[in-house]
Write a protein that binds this ligand. Structure first.
Ligand SMILES: *Cc1c(COP(=O)(O)O)cnc(C)c1O
Length: 459
């Protein structure tokens, strides 16, 4: 599609043929600029990174949006993403101190403020329709609650999320947040979102938008903490670091890839999956074989139970040297549910140049990692972060600092924590009575027309 301004991409997301939006070029950070960035606090750093990709928001406004987003009140730390050192050369980057205790808040909170700003400018409003199996829903609702011009309709499978996650969403009483519990499974919710999104007339009439991780602005917000983690772990910009990233839809690690393309000295991007190892398999073998829903296992790191990584297309775009025809050809196969195999082709040889390696985990390894990190360092990690640590430690190199990204806090997954260490994780202040708060939601059958009628009634 012809290039569009940042705000258009923010609100519309996809190209007309379903392709993802990418910046025309990555801004390179020079050595002199790296020196300047090193001394900055999180908000200043975020402005310096994000403003390089934003072409239609005045600098003062963007600064204000960022300053209102990354506050110590919301993220319970002046540092926003504090680095914790387990031992020399081994660190955890704390990304889960936002309101829903998962790293998705870092991008979603910015998205909420950007949406409100962009909509106020055009005088439009937006109805966000989403489906969640756990972390996306709470994160989106906490980011959009009370925002002018935005309503959220969030579908979730009734009774299938943890009590903590359910309570996070259903306890919100804001009039612009609508929780819809669907009698069905997550895939039913996802199918309804797809069906509504494919109804072009309805979508136009009711201005339906999404907040899923293919939104470029979410990737953009996540680039910042790779820089933050790098500066916190190193003394000079000649050092290299490796990042270990618990992965599902390839959003988080895609931001790391962009940071590396901008010139951040990242040696390795260590991609971790759980038992659903479609991405780890690609980086091991060159074959990308998305699985269908029925082949997707339910695991104890549920936010990584993904078998078709919606952001992966972004990496392949860069891998092919930004050859849109080639990407289209490969995704024609993916969209039909088929695999593509790069093994033995020149493209597979090029994958090495991008720094990716991969590792997988499973329930036993996850529990063992949680226990080991707790015993050795007195630090409690959640099951997703544990999967990242496992793959990270397998690929750790003697002279390279390793930064493992923390993607959620243990309190969200107390069952696995009890299994690993024998007692419940501590609750952060303010979350003590979450499950006993009054809940606000409606229940519906897995029926697209019923959901459409509900949206039409509220919008
Ligand atoms: C969403 C999520 C992931 C996966 O991140 P992607 O950006 O989809 O790769 C990992 N861990 C947790 C806790 C999450 O919520």
């Amino acid at each position: 599609m012809p290039p569009k301004k940042f705000s258009k991409i923010l609100l519309a997301g996809l190209a007309p043929d379903g392709g993802l939006a990418m910046p025309e070029a990555y801004p390179r950070i020079s050595a002199a600029q790296m020196e300047e960035l090193r001394g900055l606090g999180y908000r200043e750093l975020a402005f310096e990174i994000i403003s390089r990709f934003v072409d239609d928001i005045p600098a003062a406004d963007l600064r204000d949006i960022i300053a209102r987003t990354y506050t110590p009140e919301l993220f319970r730390s002046e540092e926003i993403a504090p680095l914790r050192t387990l031992e020399p050369g081994l660190h955890i980057l704390g990304l889960s101190n936002g309101p829903t205790l998962a790293f998705k808040d870092i991008a979603m909170q910015l998205l909420g403020n950007l949406f409100e700003y962009a909509l106020a400018k055009t005088g439009e409003d937006l109805n966000i329709l989403g489906a969640t199996s756990g972390d996306t829903g709470p994160s989106a609702e906490y980011a959009m609650r009370g925002k002018h011009g935005v309503r959220v309709f969030m579908l979730s499978p009734q009774g299938k999320m943890s009590h903590f996650q359910t309570a996070q969403m259903f306890s919100l009483q804001d009039p612009n947040i609508f929780n819809i519990a669907i009698r069905g499974v997550f895939d039913d919710c996802q199918d309804i979102v797809k069906a509504v999104s494919n109804d072009y007339t309805f979508k136009q009439k009711y201005r339906i938008g999404t907040v899923n991780s293919i939104n470029w602005a979410r990737i953009l917000a996540q680039i910042v903490y790779y820089f933050k983690g790098y500066f916190a772990a190193t003394r000079s910009n000649t050092e290299q670091v490796s990042f270990a990233v618990p992965s599902g839809n390839f959003g988080n690690i895609c931001a790391g890839h962009v940071a590396r393309m901008m010139g951040l000295p990242i040696r390795r991007l260590i991609l971790a999956t759980n038992e659903n190892e479609v991405l780890a398999e690609f980086f091991r073998t060159g074959c990308y074989r998305p699985r269908v829903a029925a082949e997707t296992l339910q695991t104890s790191s549920p936010s990584m139970d993904i078998s078709k990584a919606s952001n992966f297309e972004r990496f392949i775009f860069d891998l092919t040297g930004r050859d849109t025809a080639k990407v289209k050809e490969l995704w024609r196969a993916v969209d039909k549910g088929a695999a593509f195999d790069l093994a033995g082709t020149p493209l597979w040889e090029k994958v090495k140049d991008f720094g990716f390696v991969s590792g997988t985990s499973n329930h036993a390894a996850r529990i063992a990692t949680i226990r080991k990190i707790h015993e050795q360092y007195g630090v409690l990690v959640d099951p997703h972060t544990a999967d990242g640590l496992k793959a990270g430690l397998e690929h750790r190199e003697a002279d390279v600092q390793l930064i493992c990204l923390e993607t959620a806090l243990p309190v969200k997954f107390s069952e696995s924590i009890i299994e690993a260490i024998g007692h419940e994780p501590a609750r952060p202040a303010g979350y003590e009575n979450l499950e006993s708060l009054p809940q606000r939601y409606v229940v519906m059958n897995a029926d697209t027309d019923a959901v459409k009628a509900f949206i039409a009634e509220q919008a």
